[in-house]
Write a protein that binds this ligand. Structure first.
Ligand SMILES: [Zn+2]
Ligand SMILES: [Zn+2]
Length: 145
């Protein structure tokens, strides 16, 4: 079972509603840390989102902290700086969310990495609520890299 989180208090922050198309621009202009970027779309895809935040189900009020895409820096065995990232995926069978380290993403692409239930992990399929399987989910993006 994915761990449950307290729904974020969006009332404390200003919520900007935008489609994934205008999102990049909004992210670049994001100045206020209390500002949440809320995705409004009938279908959300990890591949088209960004940053990290909270997924919220409009039907059953389930919420979970997820990572869509975060950039970072790591050092390899020789001390060289390498660009690292983490990406969000969802199991198409049990709907569990995964945050894969870039090495795991490579593993996924090269050798059918699977969910612990045996299901397929995808980032280009509509996100479903892990609890009620509804597609009416919202994404409140808080962290941008
Ligand atoms: Zn739900
Ligand atoms: Zn699964």
């Amino acid at each position: 079972m994915p761990k449950k989180v307290t729904p974020i208090q969006v009332d404390n922050g200003k919520v900007i509603e935008c489609s994934p198309i205008t999102l990049d621009l909004k992210i670049k202009n994001k100045k206020n840390k209390n500002e949440y970027i809320k995705y409004v779309d009938t279908n959300l895809y990890f591949r088209h989102m960004g940053g990290a935040g909270t997924i919220y189900c409009c039907d059953c009020q389930y919420s979970e902290e997820i990572t869509s895409h975060l950039h970072g820096i790591e050092f390899d065995d020789y001390g060289f700086e390498i660009e690292a990232y983490s990406s969000g995926y969802q199991c198409q069978s049990c709907s569990k969310f995964y945050t894969l380290h870039y090495n795991e993403v490579k593993e996924l692409e090269e050798s059918d990495k699977q969910c612990e239930c045996g299901g397929k992990l995808e980032d280009d399929k509509p996100i479903l609520c892990p609890q009620c399987k509804s597609k009416k989910v919202e994404y409140y993006c808080r962290i941008i890299t």
